[in-house]
Design a protein around this ligand. Structure first.
Ligand code: C2O
Ligand code: CU
Length: 471
């Protein structure tokens, strides 16, 4: 691993300079007058050499896209260019931006056409780990590689030895290393989405990451896969979760041991490399216990950095999020339906859903399959009001549900209050699970609420929250 934090934090790297060093390792671009990001074709060594490189779509030739690093309160100013032969856009996942900067093609902006460009400019109110990706043809555009991390550092970060981004991506490759086309397959859409057959961490398969014994890492883990859920296991090491979707949470061990991260979601962990000198500790994905595999190896060096793990404080300072008022909150019931083996045949809405399925729509929000930008709102909220969404997953599948423009508290699961009342922008719902979220609708505009399994989204699992100024 390169020491990303070693790159100049406040300096400015031009797009060309960023590109030249970017063939394999992720590169960092720091806050500056203006950054450029170009969506373009590239080659990436996703398979271990000497196997062939893979033709991908990338930002600036790098895979994953350049790591954008800013300081809380900075203003991001970035010119997006499109050198692909298909229209695109950039969404800043998890960042509370003005609606016109949200990057949702056909909803908040016209698509950026081939050869075109778009200026994204907004303040960064919240510290944390965010990411960017196209919001147009997502299953294909993310499935071909378009994604990068957006890190906003705290004014006073917690003390660690190294601060690293781990971008997880999932690929469906054929024997020649090429990406298998067919991003809107009905079989994938009706099941768990387009799950690949090859996982990379920062663009590389199962990298060996050198650590020193008793070194303290802050890992900013981003699940940029289009469908795959990860349950990361660190063997004998004891990860501590300090932020979820960028938002600080009371430091705690992952529930059940493994760190569960659905598509679109992030987790910041503090990890002390407490392996013995010379130890190779595998990081494995146990989501499918019958098909566990290595995501990375933490290769401990021979010389301990210190005698034992440090005991530095891990609690992050909170972000300026508006607290919802549960007593006055408007309550909305939202039911997700559809897919294989669901319960969609039940209830008054069943005939309408069956009719929509004939048109290739497989997933429903309150009985309706939508792309989320046809103008009709699932929820209308007055600016400043508190909202509680009681969501029910009436399907046999997991769904990471993402809300744009706002960050919500996860209030309860299956009727039981959550332990951390965590702030999130994406919440992973298990089959048949009920989850309540609450937030203050303080950001005016039309905002997507959708599943981040991108073939579910494309097949109807999307809706709109409309926040308007009081009349
Ligand atoms: Cu990460 Cu609507 O997107
Ligand atoms: Cu889904």
């Amino acid at each position: 691993m390169s020491h990303l934090t070693g790159l100049s934090r406040r300096g400015f790297l031009s797009g060309a300079a960023a590109l030249s060093g970017a063939a394999v390792l992720p590169n960092a671009i720091a806050a500056g007058p203006q950054v450029e990001l170009t969506a373009m074709r590239a080659q990436a060594q996703l398979l271990a050499p000497p196997r062939p490189a893979t033709p991908v779509w990338s930002y600036g030739g790098a895979l994953p896209g350049p790591e954008l690093r800013f300081r809380q309160g900075d203003r991001l100013s970035l010119r997006a260019r499109n050198d692909l032969d298909t229209p695109t856009s950039i969404h800043w996942h998890g960042m509370r931006v003005p609606n016109a900067m949200d990057g949702v093609a056909h909803l908040t902006q016209p698509p950026i056409s081939p050869g075109g460009d778009f200026l994204y400019e907004f303040d960064l109110p919240d510290a944390g780990t965010y990411w960017y990706h196209p919001h147009m043809g997502g299953a294909e555009q993310l499935g071909r590689g378009l994604a990068g991390a957006l890190v906003v550092e705290e004014e006073t970060p917690i003390r660690v030895d190294r601060d690293l981004v781990w971008m997880l991506q999932d690929w469906r490759l054929d024997h020649s290393g090429a990406i298998v086309p067919g991003f809107d397959g009905m079989h994938d859409a009706m099941h768990g989405g387009r799950i690949g057959n090859h996982v990379t961490l920062n663009g590389r398969p199962a990298p060996r990451i050198a650590v020193e014994p008793n070194e303290r890492l802050r890992l900013r883990i981003v699940n940029a896969a289009t469908a795959r859920i990860f349950a990361l296991d660190f063997g004998p090491l004891a990860p501590v979760v300090v932020a979820l979707d960028g938002q600080p949470v009371a430091p705690h061990a992952p529930k059940g041991g493994a760190l569960l991260i659905g598509p679109g979601m992030r987790a910041d962990i503090v990890l002390d490399a407490t392996g013995a000198a010379g130890a190779a500790v595998p990081v494995r994905d146990l989501y499918r216990s019958d098909a566990a595999y290595e995501v990375a190896t933490l290769a401990h060096g021979d010389t301990p950095l210190r005698a034992s793990a440090p005991n530095w404080d891990m609690a992050l300072p909170s972000n300026p999020l508006p607290e919802p008022d549960l007593a006055s909150a408007m309550r909305h019931e939202v039911v997700f339906n559809g897919g294989m083996m669901g319960q969609m045949m039940m209830g008054a809405e069943a005939p309408a859903m069956i009719e929509q399925m004939r048109q290739g729509r497989m997933w429903f929000v309150n009985g309706r399959a939508s792309e989320g930008h046809d103008g009709s709102a699932l929820i209308e909220a007055k600016r400043g009001s508190s909202q509680l969404i009681a969501m029910e997953n009436r399907t046999g599948w997991w769904h990471p549900i993402h809300l744009h423009g706002h960050v919500f508290r996860v209030i309860s699961r299956d009727g039981r209050p959550t332990e951390h009342r965590e702030w999130r922008d994406t919440v992973l719902m298990a089959p048949e699970e009920r989850v309540e979220i609450a937030f203050r609708a303080d950001n005016p505009g039309d905002w997507m609420l959708h599943c981040h399994v991108l073939s579910h989204q494309a097949a109807g699992m999307a809706a709109l929250l409309r926040v308007t100024d009081a009349a």
